[in-house]
Ligand binder design. Sequence first.
Ligand code: ADP
Ligand code: MG
Length: 348
Amino acid sequence: MPRIRSLPPLLVNQIAAGEVIERPASVVKELLENSLDAGARQIVVELEQAGIKRIGVRDDGSGIGAEDLALAVSRHATSKISSLHDLESVASLGFRGEALPSIASVARLEVISREPGAEHGWRLSADGTDCAGEVAPAAHPVGTSVEVRDLFYRVPARRKFLRTERTELGHIEQLIRRMALARADVGFRVQHNGRELFDLRAAPESEPLSAHACGERLQTLLGETFVQHALEVDEQAVGLALSGWVARPAFSRSQTDLQFFFVNGRMVRDKLVAHAVRQAFQDVLHHGRHPAYVLYLQLDPRQVDVNVHPAKHEVRFREGRQVHDFLFRSLHRRLAGSCEQGGAQARI
Ligand code: ADP
Ligand code: MG
């Protein structure tokens, strides 16, 4: 047996990258989450070769100061939590301080950022050969631009697992749909190889989740038929609020592709949630058909643990039974109500 030794930091980051950066869409997810956490209202995404050659994300958020730039790309460095207490009630999308160092260890990374009140911005480049980068002045409006080039160029084993450009772009598009549905109050513009994929205008801040504000975005992202069949959901119980839309059973799918469930603004794929929704639809959907929905559950962040998985797709509810019953009852009632109305037109 060789002696035990500590791994060099770059290798540690590359190992962590294996958990959070699976494909180009994971990079886009991490960068968009950072922009949203920074309070951005406008986000521009530019992609080349489905993000394998280049992913650029530009936001108008709060920016990063010169003295923090190097920290931003170092491991376990975050501005979002500072104690276990913070972790237990975390409301930001990120908090692990792993995304930027992970990306920097498997791709060429450049961050340019400017804080409000600063005279100019600062640039940091890291090329995956070490963990530090040079910080230099650069022109930039308030906010942050992150450029990721040549994903996995130093990790051929990972590169081999990339699918065709079309498949990888499909993953990115689905990811953008989720993020854009999570935050109707933020504008998203997405280009691929110079061609526009999405141009979603920001809804007014006062009503980001109302049918009125979301109508256009829902139509673009889920299609007109969904909107025509959409029933608005707005239910409350002690400490729990559910809003959004479910499609009438007349509009079901052979796949689960139009199922979006957000817990405190974070898209999750959760077994408990899926089960509650399936049960609510059980009597009204044929076997093998899947419901379509966009649902937002809000609850006290302390009632849900988001630190279950590095990529945070899963959550754990403290009162799982209560959440399950609330979802089931709310949706069941809504669907029953819609049948009694004899298929009246949806409100949006
Ligand atoms: P985390 O999001 O878990 O904190 P990241 O590695 O994604 O970790 O980012 C590290 C830090 O860099 C963040 O905590 C934040 O302070 C800063 N940062 C990253 N992206 C942005 C951005 N677009 N705007 C402002 N600050 C950012
Ligand atoms: Mg992050």
